[in-house]
Design a protein around this ligand. Structure first.
Ligand code: C2E
Ligand code: CA
Ligand code: CA
Ligand code: CA
Length: 253
């Protein structure tokens, strides 16, 4: 699909980029732990368009703050029906970590909705951390001071991750779905997943597995000691009007 920046700009102007929500579950019983916001562009022409087609364009053209403001703003309002202790997780683009005003932006966006900041998780990808660790530390500390939790997203796929784990106040490690999906096929990736989970435990971090598609994967993760996950086995990302039924759903056996 070829997307032009002017189309992204229009989509934002017309508020056609919306938050979808993917449940984050306790793998032991399928109980809802929270939801991750995933942006979806509802195009009149093409239907829903995935973030891979527009997030980096928005980043490169100075539109990422406006995208966050719309998507997180709407998401926080919809998520205000989530009872404690359910969390709301949002993705941040690498380029946003260069901007010292990020914590304040998030504060203003979320404050308006009344959603509590201490149930907001900010997901950061490893690639974001390379270019300016000092600034990232400042931003990370400020987010933590606001009560937010920090997650290191796509763990294992980036660069020099161990140093970052030490330097930044993370609460959570997200195991990239590429490992989760090859884990049941090769011993090597199973060992990598086991090592990530062990590392998380020893550093006092929650490990969350992404891309859980099969019972076999869920069982292996549990066996390895990972208790939180998300993936198509539980649910695809859903629009805001499906949040009530996610909250009401009974735990799975
Ligand atoms: P991510 O944060 O790593 O999100 C996980 C991706 O895996 C999502 O792709 C999700 O739809 C997909 N996924 C979830 N469960 C499964 C599964 O069981 N199997 C498989 N194969 N895939 C699964 P999506 O929605 O296309 O988002 C792609 C990336 O775009 C995200 O990766 C995130 O980095 C970024 N992104 C999404 N929404 C936003 C946003 O609002 N702002 C920013 N800055 N980035 C966003
Ligand atoms: Ca994420
Ligand atoms: Ca990820
Ligand atoms: Ca990713």
């Amino acid at each position: 699909m070829h997307v032009d920046i002017s189309e992204v700009r229009c989509a934002l102007q017309d508020e056609r980029v919306l938050p979808f929500f993917q449940p984050l579950v306790d793998l032991r019983n399928g109980q809802l732990v929270g939801v991750e916001i995933l942006a979806r562009w509802q195009s009149a022409e093409f239907g829903p368009i995935l973030p891979g087609n527009f997030i980096s364009l928005a980043q490169e053209n100075g539109l990422i703050d406006s995208l966050m403001s719309q998507v997180l703003g709407k998401a926080a309002i919809s998520a205000s029906i989530l009872p404690a202790p359910l969390v709301l997780a949002t993705n941040i683009s690498p380029i946003q970590l260069r901007d010292l005003s990020l914590p304040n932006q998030i504060l203003h966006i979320v404050e308006r909705s009344g959603f509590p900041l201490d149930r907001l998780t900010i997901e950061i990808t490893e690639s974001a951390l390379i270019d300016n660790l000092d600034r990232t530390q400042t931003i990370a500390r400020e987010l933590k001071a606001m009560g937010c939790k920090l997650a290191l997203d796509d763990f294992g796929t980036g660069y020099s991750s161990l140093g970052h784990l030490q330097a930044l106040p993370f609460d959570q490690l997200k195991i990239d779905k590429s490992f989760v999906q090859s884990m049941t096929k090769t011993r090597e990736s199973r060992k990598i997943v086991a090592a990530i989970i062990g590392l998380g435990h020893s550093m006092g971090l929650t490990t969350v597995a992404e891309g859980v598609e099969t019972e076999e994967q869920a069982n292996m993760l549990l066996w390895l000691g990972c208790v939180q996950g998300q993936g198509w086995l539980y649910a695809r990302p859903l629009p805001a009007d499906r949040l009530p039924e996610l909250i009401a759903a009974p735990p799975r056996p």
